[in-house]
Design a protein around this ligand. Structure first.
Ligand SMILES: Cc1cc2nc3c(=O)[nH]c(=O)nc-3n(C[C@H](O)[C@H](O)[C@H](O)COP(=O)(O)OP(=O)(O)OC[C@H]3O[C@@H](n4cnc5c(N)ncnc54)[C@H](O)[C@@H]3O)c2cc1C
Length: 214
């Protein structure tokens, strides 16, 4: 990521909301849980949601070796990946003055298949580390068979943009100031964990899980 946008990652609409610096892009990607991967297959558009993780300047995704999306991406087709976080519902005093506070990233590029075991482990560290930080250290290593049954792909962040909206609704001269307007904050919250059926008795909740709650 150079910090300078390419022709297609230059935000034109509301350009003042654009960010192209690493820190903003990293912060948004590291706060999200799913991305949407857009691509064209057999001449038709497709858009698939999936889990991801980031390490340095690369995004990682994985799935079954039979995963059709990953197979298409492995052929070198171009992809467009988005991550969107909703920070608030913006309620104006007229229908057109309603909006959302958001942080989002758009990435263009071609995914690369990861074959080496170390590269696959890096992907696992990035993905699991994004979803439940600290969990990987408590788990056994994946077996060779598990690795063989899973496809891992990575995408450079070289061509990407971020866009951030923050703040309240705009007011218009015709607005009725007696109508409530403002922002309702929205955030993603982890609920109370349910232990698995076959859990050993008396297991305490690990710190990396209790740290996610609330
Ligand atoms: C949760 C959410 C809700 C939204 N709701 C609306 C809505 O209701 N109506 C609406 O018009 N817009 C909405 N937006 C903004 C929307 O994503 C577009 O930015 C906007 O519609 C302008 O589109 P455009 O094609 O004119 O963008 P352009 O500025 O022409 O896009 C050019 C390039 O800028 C970059 N870019 C554009 N948008 C984004 C983005 N959101 N994040 C990162 N990079 C971007 C991409 O690289 C893109 O190729 C919403 C965004 C989010 C995240």
């Amino acid at each position: 990521m150079s910090g300078a946008p390419s022709e297609r990652t230059t935000v034109r609409r509301k350009a003042e909301r654009a960010h192209y610096d690493r820190q903003t892009v990293y912060q948004i990607l590291d706060s999200g849980l799913i991305c949407h991967i857009g691509f064209v297959v057999d001449g038709r558009p497709a858009m698939i949601p999936t889990t991801y993780g980031r390490h340095a300047d690369r995004l990682y995704v994985h799935g079954s070796a039979a995963n059709g999306t990953l197979e298409t991406l492995a052929s070198g087709t171009e992809a467009c990946v988005t991550v969107s976080l909703i920070d608030g519902l913006v309620l104006g005093r007229s229908p057109m003055r309603h909006s959302m506070n958001y942080r989002s990233v758009v990435i263009f590029g071609r995914f690369e298949r990861l074959d080496a075991r170390e590269a696959k482990l890096r992907a696992i560290r990035a993905i699991l580390g994004n979803v439940v930080p600290g969990r990987l250290a408590t788990l056994r290593e994946p077996t060779d068979s598990e690795m063989a049954r899973t496809s891992f792909m990575s995408l450079s962040l070289a061509e990407c943009s971020a866009k951030v909206r923050a703040g309240g609704p705009k007011a218009d001269p015709d607005d009725d100031l007696g109508v409530w307007a403002g922002v309702i904050p929205v955030r993603q919250v982890a609920g109370t964990p349910t232990p698995a059926d076959q859990a050993a008795a008396g297991l305490d909740l690990p710190d990396h899980i209790s740290g996610l709650l609330g």
